[in-house]
Each structure stands twice: as C-alpha cells, then as structure tokens.
Design a protein. Structure first.
Lengths: 417, 484
C-alpha cells in the first residue's frame, strides 16, 4: 500500500472543515429518510456527526461531475438598429468548475466516474464541461464497511474496497480511519493535514476489507455475459417477460452512477436564452421518439433491453470488455416495484442458447465464479411469506443453461486497465 | 413581463373574449381611470382557463392572477363558466398548501356592458395585491429540511400475520386461470424478505408464489389499462380496489375484462421504517409476522417491531380495508372503522401548522432533492396518459428542463391538478419516490378540499360523476367572490 495515514473522527471532520475554505465540499446529508450529497460549509462539517457523513447516499454522486441540468451556453442576439435583419449574436460559455472535494462516496460510485470517463473524455471529442469538473474534483472514498442486500459489485469485477477511480480511500478501523492516498491529487489534499502515520494499522485495514468482502453475497458463475446479453437482442419474449412489472418511470437511470445520457434543450427566447444539458433516460418513450412520430423503442420491453444491453453488452463491446454497471444496487433498492437487474442479467445469461468452448481463452469479461447465492428464504410459519426463491426466470423456449464450465483464463480483459 | 419598478406589480389577467374582455374595452372607451398593473390575456371562455395557467404564473413570480368571465347563466357557450367556477374555487382552496396566499388569486364575473364594474374589479384587485406586496420569491425563501417524525395512531388494529384465507385465494385464482383468464396480477417476494414485487401469474406454480401481507404495498391497478381488451384478474387491497373503481368509472377499463380478487387487508408497511431500525446495510435473512409484530432477522440478529412503528401512514387512517368492488372476496372481511376525526397524513398536518412562507420553504427543501425521474407518475394508477404526459411536451412547454425548485414543484402541481377529484388516496406516488419526497400531501390537499366543497370521494362508486366534470347552476357550497 502507498502512504497510509490515521485520523480520528474529530480529525477527519476538522480536516474537511478546513478544506471547505478552499473547496466546495460535497458530503452526504440526511434529508428526511433519504441521504443526498450537498455542499457543506466549514461550520456544518466541523460539527457534523461522523456517522451521518458516512451514510450511503440514496442517489449516486454522479451529479458532482454531470449535473442534473447545466447551462452549456447562453446566447443573446441584438438586432441592428439600421438593418433589423442583421443580428449580432454573443455567446457565453459559463463552464465553470469549482475546486471540489467529493467526500464519502463508495468504491462503486468512484468507479462509476471511470465508466463515465470513457465516453466523455476518451477519443477525438472530449467533453470540456465534464472534463473540467473531473479535473477539479478530488474523490475521497469510503471503503464499504459491509455490503447491502442489493450490492453486487463483485458481479462486475470489483469489491468493497476497490480503489479504482478514487484519489483517497479511507477505511474505518478501531478508533478512527485509515486514509490511503491513491493519486497525486489525493496526496495534495492530505498535505499539511497533520494526520499520524498508520503503517501499524495495515492488518486492521486488511481485516476490515476482508470482512466487507465476506459480507457480500457470492456472485453467480456467469461467463460470456457480453455475448449472451447481446444474443437476446431479438428475443422480445424474454424482455417482455422480464419487464411485466416495470412502470417505465426511469428512477433507475437517474439514480445510476453510470447512466450518462442527456438531452439538450434551449430555454428562453430565440434571441435571449440558454442552451441546457439535462439528464435523460432511455426508460422513457420520449428518449427515442422521432419527429415523424415513429418510435423505434415503443414498449418498455424494448427500453429495458436497451438499458441492460448498454451496461452489459454495448459498452463492454466498445470499451475493452468493461461493464458500465458498477453494482451499486441503487436501481434495485429504489425501484418502486423491486425490479432487479441482477435477475435480468442472470436470466439472460443462464438461459442463453449460445455455447462457448471455454477451454480457449475467453474473449469477454467473465464474472468471478463463485456458487450462486440462494435467495434469502423466509422462515416459517407465515405461509404467505414462504415465497419461492427467485429463479427459473428463463423463458420456456430457451434451452437449459449450459453447465458452468471451469473458468480457465477468465480474468481476461475485465481486470486490465 | 416588464413592470414599472417600484410602482407596478406583476398581475396577470385571464379574460373571456365575450364578456370580461369586452367589459375592459368598455371601461377603456369610457376613459375610466384604472391601475396599469394588470397584463391581460384574452381567452375564449373562462372555462378555457386551465388552473395550471394560474399555477404556472404564480409559481414563476406573478404577484397576482385574476380570472374574469361571463356571469353565470350568461356564458357564451352556456356552461363554460360553471365548470370554471368549480375548478377555480378548488384551486383557490388548494393554494395555501404550497405557501401561496389565496388572496393573490381571484375569479369574478364581468359582462361586456359593465365598464364601471370592470374598473372597480381591477382597481380593487390591484389594491389588494399592492396591500399584500410583491410575492415572496422562491430564491429568497429559506429552505427547511425538517419534517414530521411523529407516528399517527392507527384507527384500527393492524396486523402482519399469515392470512388464513390465502390458500383459498390461491385456489380461486387457479380456478379462474383454468376457466380461461389470461393471468392475474398479484405479489410475490422480491429480492429480500421485506420487499415484495408485482407478478403477473399465468401458471399454477406462479400462483403458489403469491403472498398476502404487510409487504404487498404496490397498487396493482396501475397495470390494468395496459391490458385493456384482455381478460385478466387483479388481486386488491381495499385501497387498490378504489383505483380499479375509478378506472372503471372513467371508462379506462371494462368491467367484463377484469376479475377482481379481494381479501381483508390488515395494513402494509413502510419499508424505509423497517430499514431505519436495522444497522445500515444489514443483510436481511428472514422476516416472520405474527399478530401485530414482525421479527426481522438481519446480520444474525433478531429485530422485533410492531405494526404501530412500521405501518404506512395511509394504512393507519384507512377506512376501506376491504375491496369496495370485487368478484371474488375470500375470507372474513376486516373490520371497517368509522372515518377518523382527522384524516390528514403527517405531512399535511405539518404543513397546516406552518405559516405560508414556511410552507414555501418546506417545499423548497423537499423538492431540491427531486431527481425528476417521475416515478410518482409511473406508480400512479390514475396517470393514464402514460407515454403522452403533458409535462413531456415541448409545445406547449409546461415545464422546462431546468432543475429548479419551481420547475420540479410545477410538475408535481400538474400531477396533483390532473388528479383532483380522481385521486383515490393510495399514496403510491409518495411510496415510489426514490428520494422520499412527501408529494402525496399535494394530492391530499385537493382531496380534502373536494370533500369539503363537493362532499365527494373518488373511487367508491363506478357510476359516480367526478365533481369537476359536472356543475350545478346554483352552487350551495361555493361563496361567490365579488370584487366590485
């Protein structure tokens, strides 16, 4: 491990309070039953209850880099006094990135930014708005103390103490926190903080990480996810069955740390207005509605196919096999009808009719092979509660799932950066 | 809208073409001296005035809004102003809940010949608005994040044990499937023991997965319109059945297409309340209900909680625990309590205790965290426009894409306004909200005002006409507001 520092809860909040003078500090705050990231002042941070700052946020911290709505450009046109057909248009680009500390996000959230970086920063056209915020933000991540029932970061090649995407990763140990500096940006942030060295706490940190990993339900053995999900593209019956209960509300996409789609609209008048970029959701019909009135994805089954395929097939195809799902489980836990993406992916893969020769090196990311968890069954005696563990959702027409083959070289690209 | 700073205020007037606009003209022709604050928008009829016009103006900074039409019995279209009177009276009663002074809005009647009367109306209304001063701006109001934590006492015994009649219900559904029903909507266990999920049961095995108990929170009536024309069944709690009745009343589904299965409901839980009692992230191993207590086993430990602590608020005040309409009702009906003295849910009680400005602050604090996902709309059984919601259109642009409190709240006002007289009070909008915003309070405000003015409750009678779709020439419960 790189440099390790120890901070007591008081030192940690004191440090954040001090940072608030030079940075916008975004930290979780309880509002009603939900927890949201809010800019907090030095006074708020100095007196903050540390447990409140460590809560997992209801919505992902995506908006730190990709706000729900941002002004891309403001425009104003003035008519020439002599010749009103002549317009002088001035454009202003209000792109401003405040220096920001994003405190308390989870490893999955931090990894979400890595997922967003690829479409926004890679290739020929870089997004300057996203890029400026990304540049100006230091991410201080909390290693998860334990997993939620909805967590599945281990399905997508991560774990509860993953450092990917973080500048600093801190872990709760007896009496305080051990901060591990991951990047230079993180190093600059702890410079002069006066934290003690924590080289002697390595064992505690490792024990905490191991305990968190153990609290996560084992991931099922799923191979060739990318191809198998892709092969479902024309299987309308499968998606219809999976989305019977979907309400098409789009909460899943807005809560997701990696959903990246937006819409652009002009507000104001033609002569004086703002061009806005705001979140959009592929779960709504408007997303694909064309001017002619034709909608290429008219049903919720089509739209769900897009969402799941984007995360588990299109994106990995485009970006070296990385999934664009980080397994935070927000879409599962906050879905009004408890629709479970894990269930859909598992059903899509297990019921797939594709077969692969797994002795050859796998070309697609393989998910860690561990025995599938039993859905938590409900104890006696309430007969209504003894529900069937959820499984067997593969459409009847499909062939039975191919027996899980030994995972030869399935670390594959998913682990490669 | 430019105003003479320091002299004028922003007042918007919606005037009917045939009477009031003519009246204003008459006043002008007669050289009547009038204040100049009013900005007039001519509409064909006062019945054309969508209450959302008024709300949009007020939310976006108008200091006052005046609607004026033909006198009753004198409408150019016979009855437009009768409908307007009902809608606008209801709107006036609604406004305080979002912190807008109802005096900032008025509706009245002026005929084309009444130039003098128009002058008096506009003078008196402008003077009233000047006395109130500029409307408080959302930007300036301090946001407040406090909300009521009190639990209201239940008016009926709540339970979460096994329902003895469940096997009988399953058998009835299996029989109906065998007799040709395409499928039946019900609930099964979700991803853990404290979450249920809707299921469309088509096989006997799927029927075996049906559960009935405190986790059956979803109102399955929401799915019915999409099955229109197909013979299906639906399992309902009392509150859900009201949604089915309202859909039938509005002719959005047909009675012969839907078979309703009911059982007595003993209340459902607010899952957030259970989670709040467990350590964060604790994995739920099992959950057992007995009597009025459930025991949740999480992370190796047992947590006992009573329904008094975890029940949904709406269940505590529910007077219709049994299906109000059903084809198959299984088991003994639950006792139906008399209507409570105070039917307000905690959020509305809390709002009532605040000043107008504090209420604005309350909504500001709540709506700030709205992510505009519109799960409230998705979960609402009465939101039947589905893919064609008026808030999604760009023309007319009811809401912009901006993420301001005004825009997000205005979406909620569209929802509430479109549910006035139709909302059956299932509160699914609030349960579905991933950010736990108490949006149901807006619908409940409309609901209680409809009860007060029209003595009407939605979802109880298939043959009832909703109060906003009808009128009386003399409205005994509406006191006319004379501005002249």
């Amino acid at each position: 491990m790189s440099s390790l520092l120890f901070a007591t809860p008081k030192e940690l909040t004191g440090w954040l309070a001090k940072l608030a003078s030079g940075y916008r500090v975004l930290a979780p705050r309880q509002e009603g039953p939900s927890v949201v990231y809010r800019p907090q002042t030095a006074e708020q941070l100095a007196s903050a209850d540390i447990d409140a700052l460590l809560r997992r946020a209801t919505a992902s911290p995506k908006q730190a880099m990709l706000p729900q709505c941002e002004t891309l450009v403001t425009f104003k046109s003035v008519k020439d006094a002599e010749d009103p057909s002549k317009l002088t248009t001035t454009l202003e680009n209000p792109c401003q990135a405040e220096p920001t500390v994003l405190f308390g996000c989870r490893p999955c959230d931090a990894r979400g930014f890595v997922v967003l970086d690829r479409p926004y920063l890679e290739g020929k056209f870089k997004d300057p708005y996203y890029g400026a915020r990304r540049e100006a933000t230091v991410i201080v991540t909390q290693a998860c103390p334990s997993a939620f029932a909805s967590c599945f970061c281990n399905w997508v090649g991560s774990h509860p103490s993953d450092k990917e995407g973080s500048d600093i990763l801190f872990t709760a140990v007896e009496g305080g926190f051990v901060l591990e500096v991951v990047t230079d940006k993180g190093q600059a942030l702890v410079e002069g903080a006066g934290f003690a060295d924590a080289a002697d706490k390595v064992a505690d940190v490792e024990a905490a990480h191991a305990a968190a990993a153990a609290s996560l339900a084992p991931a099922p053995e799923l191979t060739h996810v990318m191809e198998k999900v892709a092969s479902r593209f024309t299987d309308t019956e499968f998606w219809e069955k999976e989305t019977v209960k979907c309400l098409s509300c789009g909460a899943c996409t807005y809560l997701c740390p990696t959903c990246q789609c937006f819409t652009i609209t002009d507000e104001g008048s033609q002569l004086d207005g703002r061009r806005l970029r705001s979140w959009d959701s592929c779960m709504t019909p408007l997303f694909t509605l064309e001017t002619s009135g034709h909608n290429p994805r008219p049903s919720k089954a089509d739209r769900m196919r897009n969402r799941v395929s984007h995360k588990f097939s299109f994106y990995p195809e485009r970006y070296d096999g990385f999934f664009s799902c980080v397994g935070c489980g927000r879409c599962v836990v906050s879905c009004p009808v408890s629709l479970d993406i894990r269930h859909m992916v598992k059903a899509a893969v297990e019921g797939s009719s594709l077969t692969f020769d797994d002795a050859a090196p796998a070309e697609s990311p393989a998910v860690e092979a561990v025995p599938a968890p039993e859905a938590p069954a409900v104890a006696e005696p309430a007969p209504e509660a003894v529900a069937e563990p959820e499984q067997a959702a593969a459409p009847k027409a499909q062939k039975p799932a191919p027996k899980a083959a030994p995972r030869a070289s399935s670390k594959s690209k998913a682990k490669k950066r | 809208m430019s105003v003479l700073a320091g002299k004028e205020l922003r007042i918007v007037g919606f005037l009917c073409n045939w009477c009031s606009y003519g009246g204003a003209d008459t006043a002008g022709t007669a050289r009547a001296v009038q204040p100049t604050d009013l900005r007039i928008i001519r509409v064909p009829c006062s019945g054309r005035v969508n209450p959302l016009f008024v709300l949009k103006a007020l939310i976006n900074g108008a200091d006052g809004v005046l609607v004026s039409g033909c006198h009753p019995r004198d409408c150019h279209y016979s009855a437009g102003n009768y409908y307007a009177r009902r809608r606008l009276e209801l709107l006036k009663e609604f406004l305080p809940v979002i912190g807008i002074n109802p005096d900032r809005f008025e509706y009245t009647w002026v005929s084309a010949s009444e130039g003098q009367r128009w002058k008096d109306v506009v003078t008196n209304f402008t003077n009233r608005i000047h006395a109130l001063g500029p409307a408080p701006r959302w930007e300036d109001v301090p946001a407040r994040y406090d909300r009521p934590e009190e639990l209201i006492e239940s008016i009926r015994p709540l339970g979460c044990g096994a329902h003895p009649a469940l096997p009988e219900l399953k058998q009835a559904i299996k029989d109906a499937l065998a007799a040709g029903l395409e499928g039946v909507l019900g609930w099964k266990q979700g991803f853990d023991a404290i979450h249920a999920e809707p299921v469309f049961m088509t096989t006997p095995e799927e029927v075996d997965s049906l559960i009935w108990g405190p986790f059956n929170v979803h109102n399955l009536a929401v799915y019915l319109p999409q099955y229109k024309g197909r013979k299906i069944g639906v399992v309902v709690k009392g509150c859900d059945s009201k949604g089915v009745v309202e859909l039938l009343a509005e002719n959005l589904i047909s009675r012969e297409d839907v078979k309703i299965f009911g059982m007595g409901c003993n209340g459902t839980v607010n899952v957030s309340r259970i989670l709040a009692k467990l350590p964060e992230g604790a994995t739920i191993e099992s959950c057992v209900g007995r009597g009025n207590k459930i025991v949740v086993t999480a992370a190796g430990q047992d947590y006992e909680m009573s329904m008094a602590e975890i029940a949904q608020d709406k269940c505590r005040l529910c007077t219709k625990p049994n299906a109000v309409l059903s084809d198959v009702f299984v088991g003994t009906p639950t006792i139906e309590p008399a209507a409570p003295a105070d039917g307000r849910l905690p959020a509305l009680r809390f709002l009532d205790s605040l000043s107008l400005e504090e209420r604005m602050g309350y909504w500001k604090g709540q709506m700030e965290r709205c992510i505009a996902c519109h799960a409230c709309r998705g979960a609402c059984p009465m939101c039947v426009c589905r893919d064609y919601c008026v808030s999604d259109t760009r023309d007319p642009a009811w809401v912009t894409q901006e993420d301001t409190v005004q825009q997000k709240l205005f979406f909620q006002l569209i929802h509430a306004q479109h549910l006035a007289g139709r909302c059956t009070g299932c509160a699914e909008c609030e349960r579905a909200c991933p950010m736990d915003i108490p949006v149901f309070a807006l619908k409940q405000q409309f609901g209680r005002m409809i009860q007060k003015i029209f003595s009407y409750g939605a979802g109880l009678d298939v043959n009832a006409t909703p109060p906003l779709l009808t009128y009386q020439v003399e409205e005994p419960t509406i006191k006319e507001h004379d501005l002249a």
